[in-house]
Design a protein around this ligand. Sequence first.
Ligand code: GRF
Length: 209
Amino acid sequence: MNERNRLGILLSGRGSNFLAIADAIASGRLPDAEIAVVISNKADAPGLAAARERGLNSLAIEARGRKRAEHDAEIIACLQEYRVDLVCLAGYMRLLSAEFVAAFSQRILNIHPSLLPAFPGLDAQQQALEYGVKVTGCTVHFVDEQLDHGAIILQKIVPVLDGDNGDDLAARILEQEHIAYAEAIKRVLSGNYRIVGRRYLPSAQANLG
Ligand code: GRF
């Protein structure tokens, strides 16, 4: 059997996207991956507790009171120590330094709860609701130095219903996030794609499968 690709998960909070990825691996939907380490910048993140309960390598690297470069350097060293192939940001509430992005060039993914480039940044679901769009969704993309900006791997569309409040909409989007993230990881791990400008394009080989 081929060696599995080693994922490094970075999170700051609840961790439901991390759990969806872990479940996709456990159920065989993501057969080529394993979680090498889960890192949180918050020691009390529920996602970190969930990782510990699952017996995964998990650690807190607190950011408080430290320069971004110094904090990022520690995380990079940790990811390298665990021989991580692909970094998955799953509700990681910090911008990555240019050094971090360069250390894992085209090997960092993020999920965002809107159809980028609409509504980047915080509270994307509430932004969409207040703007009055009729459809929104989620985006899995490569990470570059700019916030919610790198090449888009896939997007899922979610309707905004007239009676929605922010929580209703966020829950409907989250369901799709949990499907989208594992799907995007699978595509990236297949290696059957190229990036042309900002465009992620599956190679012909990928279309056959
Ligand atoms: C998700 O909505 C994700 O799109 C955004 O942060 C939230 C994290 O949720 N980047 P969870 O911690 O994965 O439950």
